[in-house]
Write a new protein. Structure first.
Ligand code: AMP
Length: 302
């Protein structure tokens, strides 16, 4: 069982209170794929330019990630720059250079079309729809988006929301999408748009999920050293979806465990710049941190 992901493969320039990284490998599909690949095989759809290095291709090749669906086009790869203040939940976008992404028309290799699981990472909703149309019988579809599309492509976004099962989104975006500050009410409004599950990422405060009649909340992992929150949301989504695919349990109990797996991957991601925190993990380290999350939220009876 594998998962298809479509999204950006990028070179990021990031400034945080703990340092800076220039032109390092990033992109939503990259963080997602590497995080998910600890749980299930991944098939990526994306585009890079002529400047995309072999060393960066190796980051995918080293893991169980199929890159047949990454097209190489004339021009430069997508580039993004961001800066964080001490409050790592807030970031300023310094620049977004679409480059080869501008004319990207995703085409799925035949072997991807039979996938049952799909993650539509944060890209134009029109492209998310195009990918979904090419998958023959999707069984579990999840989506991420951002303020840029909520403001600029609302109609296409609402259309794609009507065709997905799970929305993974951050708190500010949930408020904006629902036009409602209260997160419980915002989730109700969004659930009425189509998805049956919404997982709200809350940065260092963890995540809150609305799973049918149930609400599940998990804290952020208390880390002593942090480097860079870029990609934490996509790493969360990768761990979450990868775990769901591997377990095959899509009910509330399976979703709860998948949310912990997502939180584990996000907590590793923020410890280093770029892919450094999640590239060289192993089952043991993932399981140990999963147990640390269990211990964090264990309590007895009243
Ligand atoms: P996250 O920190 O999980 O929200 O994701 C950060 C990643 O998203 C970075 O690696 C960027 O390259 C990528 N990114 C930023 N803006 C965009 C955009 N407009 N479209 C697609 N990917 C983007």
């Amino acid at each position: 069982m594998s998962i298809v992901v479509v999204g950006s493969v990028a070179y990021d320039t990031v400034i945080t209170p703990y340092g800076r990284a220039e032109e390092t490998l990033g992109g939503a599909a990259t963080f997602f794929s590497v995080a998910a690949s600890y749980f299930c095989p991944v098939q990526v759809v994306g585009v890079v330019g002529e400047d995309f290095s072999e060393a960066d291709v190796d980051v995918f090749r080293e893991r169980d990630i199929d890159i047949q669906g990454i097209a190489r086009r004339p021009g430069r790869s997508f580039r993004w720059g961001g800066e964080y203040s001490l409050n790592l939940n807030e970031r300023k976008t310094l620049f977004t250079e679409l480059n080869v992404f501008e004319d990207f028309d995703p085409e799925l290799p035949p072997s991807y079309r039979e996938a049952r699981h799909v993650f539509l990472a944060n890209i134009a909703p029109q492209l998310q729809l195009s990918v979904l149309d090419q998958v023959e019988q999707p069984r579990l579809v999840a989506l991420d988006t951002m303020n840029y599309w909520i403001e600029g492509s609302r109609d296409a976004l609402v259309e794609v929301l009507g065709r997905i099962d799970i929305l993974v989104i951050n708190d500010e975006e949930a408020r904006q999408l629902a036009d409602e500050y209260n997160l419980v009410r915002a989730a109700e409004t969004i659930l009425a748009m189509g998805p049956s599950v919404i997982v709200i990422k809350r940065g260092e405060h963890g995540a809150t999920a609305f799973l049918g009649d149930e609400v599940f909340t998990i804290p952020g992992y208390p880390l002593r050293e942090l480097a860079d929150p870029t990609g934490a949301g996509d790493s969360f989504a990768g761990g979450f979806m990868g775990h769901l695919v591997r377990s095959g349990e899509h009910g509330p109990e399976g979703l709860r465990r998948a949310i912990v797996a997502g939180s584990v991957m996000a907590s590793f991601c923020v410890e280093e710049f770029s892919l450094g925190g999640i590239r060289d993990l192993d089952e043991d380290r993932i399981a140990t941190r999963y147990r640390a999350f269990q211990a964090l939220t264990r309590f007895g009876d009243l």
